[in-house]
Ligand binder design. Sequence first.
Ligand SMILES: Nc1ncnc2c1ncn2[C@@H]1O[C@H](COP(=O)(O)OP(=O)(O)OP(=O)(O)O)[C@@H](O)[C@H]1O
Ligand SMILES: [Mg+2]
Length: 364
Amino acid sequence: MFSSRGRSSGRDRDGKKQTLDYRYQLTRDLLTNLHRGECCAVIGVGSCGKSRLLLHLSRPETLEYHLGDGAEDHIIVTVQCNAFMGDTAWHAYEGITRNFMEAINTSDHPQVDRLRRDLEPMYQAVKDDKDVAFRHVADGISYLLSKTRIKLTLCFDEFDFVFEKFDAQLFRNLRALRNANKYQLTYLLAVRQQLPYQRDPESWADVEEFYELFSDNSFAIGPYDERDAGEMIADLERRYEFRLKKETRDLLYEITGGHSGLIGASFRVLETAKQAPTNAREMERLLLNEQSNYKECRKIWDSLLRDECNALRRLALNQRMNREEQNALGSLKAKGLIRDGQRGGVVIFSPIFYEFARVQEEAR
Ligand SMILES: Nc1ncnc2c1ncn2[C@@H]1O[C@H](COP(=O)(O)OP(=O)(O)OP(=O)(O)O)[C@@H](O)[C@H]1O
Ligand SMILES: [Mg+2]
């Protein structure tokens, strides 16, 4: 299969590569939809593993595993929005082009090979002609796609602040670029909040054409299931050289609910204290109300909409919910923050987060 050489080998900066069946269903749904030409969004709270998923999706072996032969002509380019060097549309074009050219320069796809020289001036042109930078982006991408059968996905990671702050023209242009290359060019967004809530409601109309691209294919991403959490814990054990018994691992999964930020923070607490409890009470003593876990909970909380926060708070306090809060239960469930309880009703996904939610002020 053809790939970007730079990305296909080696390990992640902070750990082992994911196994091929990591986030199996979500990965498959996303890749299948992108391959059909649909734009997609992944929505999940802070530190639930969105960047990790994007990294996994962009690996050639993942594409091949899920798409078979179709993977050959599909190129995924990750655009790290938090690496943009400013907050104008031009900074976005510069970032897109930088990541796009990196993928072109490391790809071993024979069709890309033939066109590489023609595309080479693109980055310099974007830098030199700031006023017409979008034209250069559009020309370069459209040139590649019109001369090949390639499907290109631009994955925008950490997209919330871009959608919140950048001028509406950027989104109109991205929509136009997509229209000009329909089904060959797709976007995948990773966001903490569902679109368009990042933006002031007054400007929603200006960006509607862009965000409606994602309305049919928005996927919530929740905490890990037991298998993926087990792999993460095993990875931490290897890296920190701190081995846990199965009972401790199970308790860690239970108390964190599988949220990767909470797993990481809790594991580090145990490792620092050199404690590996094998009973629930001891685990709770060490991890409930612990400072670094509290920070992770805050990140989750800050990713949620007002009604979602209030619904969680009411649930934790066992209070009645108003209609809006009731309505928020659907998205909370999709994001994996509440689950069906054993005795009917719903429960909060993690005892650590439950304790946190209980002491929050009502959100306004
Ligand atoms: N399978 C895993 N193995 C090891 N570490 C992991 C794994 N999954 C997630 N992590 C770690 O958990 C943390 C959160 O993951 P990640 O950064 O992917 O979340 P995110 O949803 O992108 O967060 P944010 O909303 O802040 O962008 C990171 O430090 C990441 O390295
Ligand atoms: Mg991220």
